[in-house]
Ligand binder design. Structure first.
Ligand SMILES: *Cc1c(COP(=O)(O)O)cnc(C)c1O
Length: 417
């Protein structure tokens, strides 16, 4: 039993009252991304403050009444969610912010926020009795799908672009996915996956198209709110590729507002790389999204044609937030700063959120008296190659104390850093 009422098209606004699975709006086709609507009146009678006090499940299934799945297969899954929300120890002082938190989603089972969506896809596939799940991905959606599917005994077929980093690729190969490496960018991988999914009728985990997946991603917002005793920060910041994560962040807070558990939705900030910023451009030029290049080292957000434009723009508009863009240099500088000051090692796309925070703080978008949560969407071990380009590699020494003493004297800064 779940509390889904039906699906509303984000484009034409038509409502389809059904519990049966739907992918996109029958009228609008592929661009008619659906949004799942719930019976908040009934959920409110179940999910009140005592519900949370008594609940011992520290995973995304904690929020089961707000998810479009049946409990049956959930208990077999990997433990996704309830990642740490860490208060900054040093950086909030440096950047003069009233309170700064990091939601460390690199601590999910396959080390990225994508696990929140993938586990839902796998559970839905199980419910429908399907054996094969497929997607196209720049990396994390794929590796997380492969891991969650392996746990639940499903087969995965993954379409990756030529450029997928080796950390992510090795992960999904280890999980036993069938990998189709497409000679081209993410767009090419996506298009081929779509043709293949239509032909072979595999379960579709492409995040934008499948409305269930944003419902998984929204649990990051539910957790942030609960971890702050239902008083979320003034701002919540995430990096943006397809627009599903940011759409999910909005949806989570929206749900809590409907249930009367929070008083207002935080301002949501989307961060993009200046080498690939279709959302930033469209938002500030007040026009529809246009295809852009994918020129950024932050591969998880190198998405030239975002598949979820409407939810990605609405999240920011409706929450009165904004979009900012950062350079690849700023991303790498903030990646090191976050690692060195807070002990949180993030991949470039995840560090982009933090870089966006710095930019927004320094340009006055975020005020001194405001509180901020930065979502760290993926772990640094996903992409070590780019980090090694911006750190000094260690010098090779013989195992002699004398040599060591000499080295430390020559390189005085080594111990001071
Ligand atoms: C996928 C991803 C994002 C962006 O999410 P979208 O839903 O594509 O906007 C950000 N960071 C990381 C690490 C990701 O894997």
């Amino acid at each position: 039993m779940n509390y889904v009422l039906g699906y509303r098209c984000t484009k034409c606004n038509e409502f389809y009252e059904t519990k049966k699975p739907m992918l996109t709006c029958p009228k609008c086709g592929d661009s008619g991304i659906l949004d799942i609507e719930y019976d908040y009146k009934i959920i409110a009678t179940v999910m009140n403050r005592t519900y949370f006090d008594d609940n011992q499940d520290y995973s995304i299934w904690r929020y089961l009444p707000l998810l479009p799945v049946e409990p049956e297969f959930c208990q077999d899954s990997l433990k996704v969610g309830w990642t740490p929300l860490l208060r900054s120890r040093t950086l909030e002082k440096k950047y003069l912010t009233k309170a700064l938190y990091f939601k460390d989603d690199g601590q999910n089972p396959t080390q990225s926020l994508k696990d929140r969506a993938s586990v839902i896809a796998c559970v839905k596939a199980k419910e429908l009795g399907m054996q094969v799940v497929a997607c196209s991905s720049t990396g994390n959606a794929a590796s997380s799908l492969a891991g969650n599917a392996a746990r639940l005994g499903l087969k995965t077929i993954i379409f990756v672009p030529k450029r997928a980093p080796i950390g992510k690729l090795s992960q999904l190969l280890a999980f036993g996915a069938v990998v189709i490496k497409v000679n081209g960018d993410y767009k090419a991988a996506y298009n081929l996956s779509k043709l293949a999914i239509d032909k072979y009728k595999w379960y579709n985990r492409n995040a934008a198209i499948n409305p269930n997946l944003i419902e998984g991603k929204k649990t990051v917002a539910l957790e942030i709110a609960e971890q702050l005793n239902f008083q979320p920060t003034d701002w919540v910041i995430t990096s943006v590729g397809d627009g599903c994560t940011i759409g999910g962040v909005y949806k989570g807070f929206y749900d809590l507002l409907q249930l009367g558990l929070i008083k207002k939705i935080p301002k949501i900030m989307g961060v993009q790389s200046s080498g690939c910023s279709p959302f930033f451009d469209a938002f500030h030029e007040e026009r529809d999204l246009e295809e852009t290049d994918e020129l950024t080292i932050a591969d998880s957000i190198a998405v030239g044609i975002p598949r979820n434009p409407i939810k990605g723009i609405n999240a920011v508009k409706k929450s009165k937030g904004t979009y900012v863009q950062v350079t690849d240099n700023e991303i790498m500088t903030s990646l090191l700063e976050l690692s060195r000051n807070e002990g949180i090692f993030s991949e470039p796309a995840a560090a982009a959120s933090f870089a966006g925070y710095i930019k927004a703080k320094e340009s006055g978008i975020i005020k001194d008296f405001e509180t901020v949560t930065v979502i760290v969407t993926g772990n640094g071990l996903k992409d070590t190659a780019n980090v090694l380009k911006v750190v000094k590699e260690p010098k090779l020494l013989d195992d002699s104390l004398e040599d060591l003493i000499k080295y430390l004297q020559e390189e005085e800064d080594v111990l001071d850093e």
